[in-house]
Design a protein. Sequence first.
Lengths: 594, 162, 597
Amino acid sequence: MIKITIDHKPIEVEKGTTVLKAAQQAGIHIPTLCYMHLEDLNIEHKPGGCRICVVEVKGRKNLAPACATECLDGMEINTHTIRVLNARKTVMELILSDHPTDCLVCAKSGNCDLQSMAHQLGIRKIHFEGEQSTYREDTSPSIIRDMDKCIMCRRCETMCNNFQTVGALSAVNRGFMAVVAPAFEQNLDHSVCTYCGQCVAVCPTGALTEVDHTNSVIRALADPTKTVIVQTAPAVRAALGEEFGLEAGTLVTGKLVSALRQLGFDYVFDTDWAADLTIMEEGTELLDRLARHLNGDKTVALPILTSCCPAWVKFFEHQFPDMIDIPSSARSPQQMFGAIAKTYFADKIKVDRKNLVVVSIMPCLAKKYECSREELGHDGNPDVDFSISTRELANLIKQSNIDFTALPDQDFDNPLGESTGAAVIFGTTGGVIEAAVRTAYELHTKKKLPKIDFHELRGLDGIRQATIDFDGLPINIGIAHGLGNARKLLEDIKAGKSKFHAIEIMACPGGCIGGGGQPLHHGNSKVIKARHEAIYKEDALKPIRKSHENPYITKIYEEFLGKPMSEKSHHLLHTIYFDRSKKNVIISDEHQAD
Amino acid sequence: MSSIKIQLKQSQIDKIAEICKQFNNDEGELINVLHKTQHTFGYLPAEVQEVIARELKIPVAKVYGVVTFYSFFSMLPKGKNPISICMGTACYVRGAEKVLDELKKELNIKVGETTPDGKFSLSCLRCVGACGLAPVLMIGEKTYGRVSPEGIKDILKEYENQ
Amino acid sequence: MMKYKMHVLVCGGTGCKSSDSDMIAHNLRTAIDQKGLTEEVQVVMSGCFGFCEKGPIVKILPDNTFYVHVTPSDTTEIVEEHLVKGRRVERLLYKDPQRDEIISDSKHMGFYKKQVRIALRNCGFIDPESINEAIARDAYQALGKVLKEMTPQQVAEEIKKSGLRGRGGAGFPTGLKWEIASKSPGPEKYVVCNADEGDPGAFMDRSILEGDPHSVLEAMAICGYCIGASNGLIYIRAEYPLAIERLKIAINQAREYGLLGKNIFGTDFSFDIELKYGAGAFVCGEETALIHSMEGQRGEPTFKPPFPAVAGYKMKPTNVNNVETYANIPVIIMNGAEWFASYGTEKSKGTKVFALAGKINNVGLIEVPMGTKLKDVIYDIGGGIKGNKKFKAVQIGGPSGGFLTEKHLETEIDYESLTAAGSMMGSGGMIVMDDSDCMVAMAKFYLDFTVEESCGKCSPCRIGNKRLNEILEKIAQGKGTIEDLELLRNLGNVIKDTSLCMLGGSSPNPVLSTLDHFYDEYLAHVKDHKCPAGQCKALMQYIILPENCVGCTACARNCPVNAITGERKKPHVIDQAICIKCGACVEKCKFNAVVVQ
């Protein structure tokens, strides 16, 4: 332990503590902008670039960035001398002098770290005028990049490269024109971007935002010729409340259903129902591959990898094209839902698929891109028409004058609304594989599970593993969340070192609960942890907790699909993957003219 | 950074791969690889960077990030006779800016551009270390010292038939 | 070098090479051959003599005759007159501009008299492409000494005792740096030489590498022994082809002689050196940025600690020094720390190399003991201001240095005094300005540079310098206000106070020091909308003096925008609202009637 004083308060801290953390211990909140520490996910980003957190250290010539400076014994630190305040404000004014001041109409308004910092520092005038760095706006299927608003905190670069190892973004150019961009400053859709949206999730300004589909949804709802149905992903119910001031981890399933109904959706369904369906297909595929593998069929590749996450799918299509036969061919629950809605359900209510609009509420931005994949539709009519994020839904609810917290709890509609606990846990890391194990175990052993909860599969460590005893047959399970962690498991498979039979992969930290479309965590990873716990709470409360016991799932196989992996299932519920690694550089004309 | 679009021949792709291999396809050698590739191709178009990224197994965004960081690397082909004018302090205080203005006027291009006939390109550099000769400009490998705005026409004339 | 009676040294530095010194050497050899003197006279292409203003330079030994501004056509005369007949070629000798006398021996020239050459000891004396000549002047003896007689700790102690401080800018004690690196645990360590000299107007590192590459290689090996490293890396600007070439030759020769490579001098110490190329980024002079660049990354600095001595190249302990620092090492080992420390001031020992340039008679590379007065450098060594104009300021330390004025001429140059005066040692650029140089324009020139070279990682440097530059531009345009001057000062101080690395930490110096020393000049721009030095174009006015104008109409006919009117044979006038200040009228007027105000 070493002794220091901060703002005349003597405290003791452990060796290696930064000034920022030491100040927190002393109850002093030093403002930060570029710094980000997602403690529970082991992600720390401290480039020391924004210089907002500077403090005065006695005996030091210049000011020290609190985020990166380690405490030394006897250090005397002052966090709010006039020198510090002047420097901090001046630096803030500099940042604002190179930032558009269109806050009133910015997508991030009210939720912007830069805006709150300007407020906190009491900026009333920007003393500097001059050139602003401007860039071409980039719109992709999921993400809008308006780099005029970039403040070079480089959080997105860290998420994209260090955590996700996607490498779509890099700092480019230097000096005043330095900015974070894809290669050749082309649009994201020409890059290896997976649309995981983690860049958006950490962006402190309006530089990175989602493509907003709320207006399309409003128009569809207002169109009398359309029947509009909605599905909502498991992770949404564990996070939406945050947008309305509820504590992180508050489950709002019933209010969510009420709100959607009040918004005017004709049917309010649950993606969870499709998650149960996914388990039937994916679980069966797993058992099938396993059985053939155990019987010595060399053409069968193991491990089987989950395929629910569209960012993960795009990741392996770009980065591991020689392994596209390994992941399960099962579509994601969003797309299974869409395919069933536009066939089975459309028939049931006698509506032409062209007049049936399927909207999904997702914690995810990659889901927007997934909707646009050609193979996931029929004759140019997508199976899911619009995917909006948890944040967009919150916005829609606010626009529609709904007092969310006062809403009564309601239930989903049927037949696509009933789900099990197994489906709920799809929303967090380890959940898909636990759900699959619950079903596969019983299908394989023909015995009831002695216990439903597989605690060995849960947690927030980036890579986890467990061996589940399938009544004498040990099944090795691997779990990764974060594409960087996924990469490690894939490299092992490539090198022939993997001992797993099945691996679950989710692109986002914590799984879908930490998705790019969720309410912003503002660097507080406790939020993600709370959502994680809420998901398991919902599971525990469910009367049915295994997918194969969902009566509506049984029913659809009886009425429509036949059995898992049937021809009809293959057609509607499975998909194919593409090698996206050999894309050539395309430079648009307008870029050439630069 | 502005760039142009090109189509690489297989032999060129092989050449880049060979350069990468000389540096053991080590990503830490990226800058040396870029130097050598630019030396071979004259510049570093996007397609070339794609090949380098693939060979070194690093994201192409990273390669581009490095290329745009260093002023020595260019994504545009230089003119047949690249003119670099020293903008070091010694040359500046002895009138390099006026020489530059004259060059811009005479060639009708800006710094960083190439004349439409591809004959000359214009760039600035920081101190060639010939401060005794200030102001200094270089055309290709040849250095011209104590240059005056009036002398520019004569210097350019030397390259009339090249 | 002993078997020849005479040596003809031809400067092979970049400056002289640009003026055909290769051809001079070639012609000399041919002429000597024709006279049958090949056995008696050797022509050596040496490193830089430093006196670049007078290049190309040819020096004849043993009589030390110093020929200046030599051209390839002068060579026959030199051979026939001097080498054959023993008569000096008067017209090629140096003439002291102040005393108007001819000086033939370089030792007596003002430019050399007050210099003490330690780092540059071999530059201009040896053929840098010959290891034998270097060895004849004691190269690699110091390496032999440390390997056979000294422990690594003793080496660090000796360097510490010498008081040598980093010559790259910050002036960190070199011995202490080595000691920290030597104490960092680990089998894999690196010795790095920073040769990415990026200052506009500085070429000392280049001259050392071009003139005496072995001194640097030897010093790096000594450092390797001291800190326990077997790998050396020289990070060199790709724009220095000659230095690169000579380093490659030197490294190969040293390997051939067993002075680099395995088991040097038969000991179990092994050390080798490879080159890494910079690619044009000034910020890479900052050691963490340099290391990232060597690792194939963008050359962005990172926060220290960890210092490179603990976690540097490939996260291994790394010692980074610049060329000049290393060049001092072998002589310190050979002559002892006390000898080195006998030069200089209390806290700054030894000598410092400066690249003297600008409005000064003797442009060139000089080396003076620390503590030499500024005025001695400018007037005695530099030979005073060009064209007998008035000295206005000297800017020291590269683009981030500050301006010193007449009142600082008595300052004794060392790290502390320069910093105290608002400038810094930097890497040693020294640019002299006269009264035709506008201080606002000069500050802006440096800011242009830092704006272009800022890496963009931290906001004060990325945006702050840009804003400083914009405010300066506004002032140069005559649109500045008094408030702008205060804004400049506050912003400059905040950038210095908050930037991530020393590039931003010092970039406002040119602005702040000119504000301090030339506030009136700023005021003139802001209040009177005048540029006293007559350099800021927007504030200039071309006017016609009626008393000189004869009404010849030449100006009016040549004005591209028809701003000049007047009747024939009567004084003309320029309409300031139309005038674009192209200067065509001044050129055309034969009667000195058009003047700039």
